[in-house]
Design a protein around this ligand. Structure first.
Ligand code: ASP
Length: 339
């Protein structure tokens, strides 16, 4: 049940922590005393298969960065997944434009946004990080860079996506609502959602994250959400932890959501409480909008503790470590608690 006193208490704690952090020297990094490493977590039900792929790298003692890239490539390649990668639904002009970013334990990051004709944006984002002095490439420039790096240029609009787009054109109504925004455009699909955000800690205790999406179905051409934006859709600080988000990206960008979650964990919040506070900020700023939309955050701290929180019920996240390979956990949410 939603507990107003608890909410107020949490708000008060945040206020005092914010006040302290204004004057105090940087808080010490959370000491790693994790027992459950390596570990990988990711958003939504398609995170289960993605985690399993990431685990292949982690169990061999591989690097978290390699694990998250390999992991999120699974939904990117999945022809039944119309919200991530290759089979993603197009924008209102019928163009499939993909967004992705990646961040490693050194604070290096790379991103591509509104990229067309390349099926694995996460791998292009990684090369932006590793092979260029830049963080972000967009549109034609991102595609051009990918081709120069040896990626195959291909048509991404599948017959199924084309049909869904044609159907949408009949009303051409774009109104992102709750969790079902994409579900209504993909009858028969087992996927209801959205972006995959993945966070992993490897056996050495290093953290990396990846986030990839086709964004909102039938969005305006050129629209970019939170997912490829470092600090919004993904943020990693190897001393503290990592966070990622899914849902209506505009609200996440407005609140620099993933960065906020990591900074709250630095101040001592648990991953779940940090996600909850980030959700509360979105609701507080735009209470009317928040009633109609979904945003979910997922976070892990340096100790391997994880948690999530969303505006609406229905958010889930997948966890994989040595003990459990295919755990899917329902995320807590503001509105479910309130009922
Ligand atoms: N966050 C993504 C975006 O706004 C979409 C989603 O996760 O549903 O592009």
């Amino acid at each position: 049940m939603y507990d107003r006193r608890k909410f107020l208490k949490l708000t008060a704690v945040t206020a005092s922590l914010t006040a302290i952090s204004k004057y105090a020297p940087a808080m010490p990094a959370i000491k790693a005393a994790a027992k459950n490493l390596p570990i990988v977590i990711s958003t939504w039900d398609f995170g289960v298969a993605a985690n399993k792929e990431a685990w292949k790298t982690l169990e061999k003692g591989g690097r978290a960065l390699d694990a998250v890239e390999a992991g999120v490539k699974i939904p990117e390649a999945d022809m039944n997944n119309h919200t991530v990668g290759r089979a993603g639904y197009p924008d209102r002009d019928g163009k499939v434009t993909l967004d992705a970013c990646i961040m490693d334990e050194f604070g290096n990051c790379g991103s591509v946004a509104a990229m067309e004709n390349i099926a694995h944006p996460i791998s292009v984002a990684r090369l932006v990080m590793e092979k260029t002095p830049h963080v972000m490439l967009v549109g034609d420039g991102a595609t051009q860079f990918a081709v120069e790096q040896g990626f195959k240029k291909e048509k991404l609009l599948t017959p199924e996506s084309y049909t869904a787009w044609q159907k949408w054109l009949k009303t051409a109504k774009y109104s992102p609502v709750l969790n079902i925004e994409n579900k209504q455009h993909r009858p028969g699909s087992k996927y209801n959602h959205d972006t995959i955000g993945m966070l992993a800690i490897d056996a050495k205790g290093n953290i990396s994250g990846a986030c990839t999406t086709s964004g909102m179905a039938f969005k305006l051409h050129g629209r970019v959400g939170d997912s490829p934006i470092i600090g919004a859709g993904l943020y990693v600080d190897n001393e503290v932890g990592g966070a990622t988000s899914t849902g209506v990206g505009e609200e996440v960008i407005r609140n620099v959501g993933s960065f906020l979650v990591v900074e709250l964990m630095r101040q001592g919040y648990s991953p779940e409480d940090a996600c909850k506070e980030a959700v509360n900020r979105i609701i507080k700023k735009k209470p009317e909008t928040a009633k109609e939309i979904q945003v979910g955050f997922l976070a892990i701290n340096k100790k391997g503790e994880y948690g999530a929180y969303a505006i609406q019920e229905g958010f889930s996240f997948a966890v994989c470590d040595e003990k459990q390979q295919d755990l899917l956990i329902p995320g807590k949410s503001f509105y479910k608690e309130k009922k």
